[in-house]
Design a binder for this molecule. Structure first.
Ligand SMILES: [Zn+2]
Length: 100
């Protein structure tokens, strides 16, 4: 599933997740744009998650999307700060990133 962000029709501001009103101009009309690519800006590992049985922890990355907003994504493959990644939604609608 591809990931999309909302782009304000009036001023072009991109937001994620979607909002009712644009935080910049107050506009309420949006167009959906695909946001498949981004760059890793920070990495973190979440360990000791309640109910998680894998001891390796969950690798999360802050990804600055080319479309504008920054999102937190689950890393499917090893990545480092500055790496270009592809973004998608998995079947549980979580954002996942893999090295492109
Ligand atoms: Zn706007």
């Amino acid at each position: 599933m591809s990931l999309t962000v909302s782009s304000c029709i009036r001023c072009g501001t991109t937001v994620f997740p979607a909002r009712y009103l644009c935080p910049v101009c107050g506009g309420a009309e949006w167009s959906e744009i695909e946001a498949a690519r981004g760059t890793v800006t920070a990495l973190t590992v979440v360990r000791h998650r309640v109910g998680a049985h894998n001891s390796g922890g969950v690798h999360l990355a802050s990804v600055a999307m080319q479309a504008g907003p920054t999102v937190i994504a689950c890393l499917k493959s090893v990545a480092e700060k500055g790496d270009a990644v592809c973004l998608a939604l998995d079947e549980q609608h979580r954002i996942v990133a893999s090295r492109s």
